[in-house]
Design a binder for this molecule. Structure first.
Ligand SMILES: [Mg+2]
Length: 372
């Protein structure tokens, strides 16, 4: 991670004289209260990964460091082909503005920081999410406890994670299934010309349950035609069969489809949860599209009120973002946190997902270690 971006020339927080005595003691040697820096995080993939949105061979993510009072918290921004407006460049540019806002911010916790930054970063949830992850890591480190423990949760009866197999030639998908044997459930990316043939062939090679994700690639008629056989093949649910805004068609599909439907692209923020309750059986929350852990907690509460199943998923990302997601796992029905398992090399250590089971380290915050 050689490219450290100093986001601006520092100014002193006592310029203007607005800080109180207590907060002055936490400034660094430059007189800065909080410091936000961004590094490139280049992540080569183990194999090319294809969805209905395109093919990836490596990821250009960003690592965010939030410094306050002698400690640093870390977060990650993970651009996705599904959201082409949020690239590493646009995220870094928006974080540069946030860095200026934070120089004189007195950190009291992630909720307060999220509220402070939302006016600037609300339109770029990928950037907001990265800072919010870092804020949770910092908050936990300052208190010497893991985030899940500070929330009063316990690591018992956690849902196991699926392993995701990208859309590819059938023989390649079968090879990936064999390579990852032992995962308790598989999520299969569909949306190609031979989706049923893919599922029939994969079923010949494992008894594990399947989930399928069409990434908006199907129509109502296609979904209804395939659903009975998918159910017979051991598919638990279909994720996002139709385009994100096809609400009327989704409502019809929800009434007629024999398999549960889970919203992903249709459910980005807490404002979407209510509408999803009319069209889906559950929602797949992603920290990145929601704008961080703080809004994800609100989405979980809202979904529970409406009787929705709650899943959380990841992008292709390092153990920073996976460790952030893992903090929420005691609150979830199912989870998709295999993002770091798709990497050829993960430079970060943190929560490890081994054959679907999360192994939590002892460290405070998100439990991550980032190389200097
Ligand atoms: Mg999805």
């Amino acid at each position: 991670m050689p490219h450290v971006r100093r986001l601006r020339k520092h100014r002193r927080c006592d310029e203007g004289g607005s800080l109180d005595i207590a907060s002055r003691g936490r400034k660094d040697e430059f007189g800065i209260q909080m410091r936000l820096t961004v590094r490139d995080l280049m992540l080569p993939l183990r194999h090319p990964f294809t969805t209905a949105h395109g093919t990836l061979r490596s990821k250009h993510n960003l690592l965010v460091e939030l410094y306050d009072g002698g400690l640093s918290g870390f977060g990650e921004a993970a651009p996705s082909l599904a959201y082409p407006q949020f690239t590493a460049a646009t995220i870094a540019a928006d974080l540069a503005g946030a860095a200026r806002d934070l120089e004189c911010h007195e950190f009291t916790g992630p909720d307060d920081l999220w509220e402070t930054l939302t006016p600037r970063l609300g339109a770029n949830p990928f950037a907001l999410c990265a800072v919010d992850m870092a804020a949770h890591d910092l908050w936990g480190k300052q208190r010497g406890q893991p985030v899940w423990k500070l929330w009063g949760l316990e690591l018992t009866n956690l849902p196991v994670s699926n392993f995701t197999i990208g859309l590819d030639r059938i023989e390649t998908m079968v090879a990936k299934l064999h390579e990852t044997e032992g995962w308790p459930v598989y999520k299969i990316k569909l949306g190609g010309p031979d989706d049923l043939a893919v599922m029939r062939e994969l079923r010949r090679h494992t008894n594990a349950p399947f989930r399928v994700d069409a990434n908006t690639g199907w129509t109502v008629d296609q979904t209804l035609a395939m659903a009975p056989e998918l159910a017979a093949l051991g598919v638990e649910f279909i994720e996002q069969p139709l385009p994100a805004n096809a609400w009327r068609d989704m409502a019809r599909l929800h009434r007629e489809c024999p398999l549960p439907l889970i919203a992903d692209e249709s459910c980005q923020t807490v404002a979407d949860v209510g509408r999803c309750a009319e069209c889906f059986s559950g929602i797949n929350i992603k920290l990145t599209k929601a704008g961080g852990i703080t809004p994800a907690l609100k989405m979980i509460r809202e979904a529970r009120k409406l009787g929705l199943r709650v899943m959380a998923g990841c992008m292709i990302e390092s153990s920073i973002a996976i460790s952030a997601l893992a903090q929420l796992s005691p609150l979830l029905d199912c989870v998709d946190m295999d993002g770091a398992a798709l990497l050829a090399h993960d430079p970060i250590s943190g929560v490890r997902v081994k054959k679907g089971r999360a192994i939590f380290p002892d460290g405070p915050g998100l439990g991550i270690r980032v190389p200097v």
